[in-house]
Design a protein around this ligand. Sequence first.
Ligand SMILES: Cc1cc2nc3c(=O)[nH]c(=O)nc-3n(C[C@H](O)[C@H](O)[C@H](O)COP(=O)(O)OP(=O)(O)OC[C@H]3O[C@@H](n4cnc5c(N)ncnc54)[C@H](O)[C@@H]3O)c2cc1C
Length: 396
Amino acid sequence: MTAAAAHDHRLAVDAEDFAQIHQLVHDFIRTKVVPREAEIMQTNEIPSDLRAQAAEMGLFGYAIPQEWGGLGLDLTQDVELAMEFGYTSLALRSMFGTNNGIAGQVLVNFGTDEQKKQWLEGIASGEVVASFALTEPGAGSNPAGLRTKAVRDGDEWVIDGQKRFITNAPIADLFVVFARTRPADESGTGIAVFLVPADTPGVEVGPKDSKMGQEGAWTADVTFDGVRVPASALVGGDEEKGYKAAMTSLARGRVHIAALSVGQAQRALDESVAYAASATQGGKPIGTFQLVQAMLADQQTGVMAGRALVRDAAAKYVSGEDRRTAPSAAKLFCTEMVGKVADLAVQIHGGTGYMREVPVERIYRDVRLLRLYEGTSEIQRLIIGGNLIRAASTHS
Ligand SMILES: Cc1cc2nc3c(=O)[nH]c(=O)nc-3n(C[C@H](O)[C@H](O)[C@H](O)COP(=O)(O)OP(=O)(O)OC[C@H]3O[C@@H](n4cnc5c(N)ncnc54)[C@H](O)[C@@H]3O)c2cc1C
């Protein structure tokens, strides 16, 4: 076990306490959120009472260490919760996803004690919504090419640039902003990461993007125009940390997204089984037709394989055995798997599956995003293949 992994492990909540948290989350999702899915879709918003309950349960900070006010779950526990969150509208998870995940983990793993003290408690309680601002026009799959600039001016940094598709930007209090402090060279990418409060002069959030799915989860462009932050806003006090912080956060996030996919695939399967057992053609339940059973079988097999892979990847991440290939393999397999499972779910529902407000119609649209963000399927394949070839050439 690596030193970092040993540190993560010390913070883990024991199995008994975790079983209670897991049960609470399970009940919250099934009894409080699932019945509100149509409302979330129609209003394009998570109802404020659900947000308050999620905050009360500690869901804005389940992956933030306890010393900073979070629940301190490790990734093996995180994925069990993510499989529960995946059972309902994915927008719910998105509401606290950036705090626990891509944005929060930059601070947890790379922030100075001072920075953690200033922000993490608010992030864990949900008082602060943190957004991860990496992607730009022309710098999505290849963030090393980002053009947002940070220039040192005395005791301050001045940030200029444009970010796009930033989750939670319309409600963000804090942007975790990746910016270039120098051109890339052999010594590194020249990318640093800064903590920029959303109310800093020069920060402008665009209108909410109109998306294919995941109603209730919001993204927007964010523009930084001569934004001045103090030197203390540089994460870790080190200009060279930005790219590594982004890649580390994303790798962890990929196992989480894989788990979310498994949860959503389980939901699509359950909806399919219930429909197949009750809807009839010619007086017979469609589930008695073997071709429908074959679709259910493929869905079930995908869910089981995905769940096993997610648990294996999370365990290898926590132990430190594999933090590079397994997260990408889990994300690639599970996000592709849920795409197929959701497609089969619509097929099993026939014309009904094409109608708004039938859960599988929403799931079909919602899961499309999972193959795109936090690294497309193509990028996961490049990571996995590249790691295999690098390992082979260092051994030969
Ligand atoms: C709803 C939503 C929420 C998001 N939230 C955030 C967020 O909170 N923060 C953030 O920073 N970003 C966020 N993103 C951005 C997201 O991570 C990017 O959209 C994603 O990484 C893809 O980048 P791109 O859109 O620029 O597409 P591109 O990189 O232009 O990809 C287009 C196509 O080209 C392929 N491609 C690109 N490069 C290669 C290559 N080298 N080899 C082979 N194929 C390649 C891709 O796989 C894809 O098929 C979000 C996006 C969406 C849609």
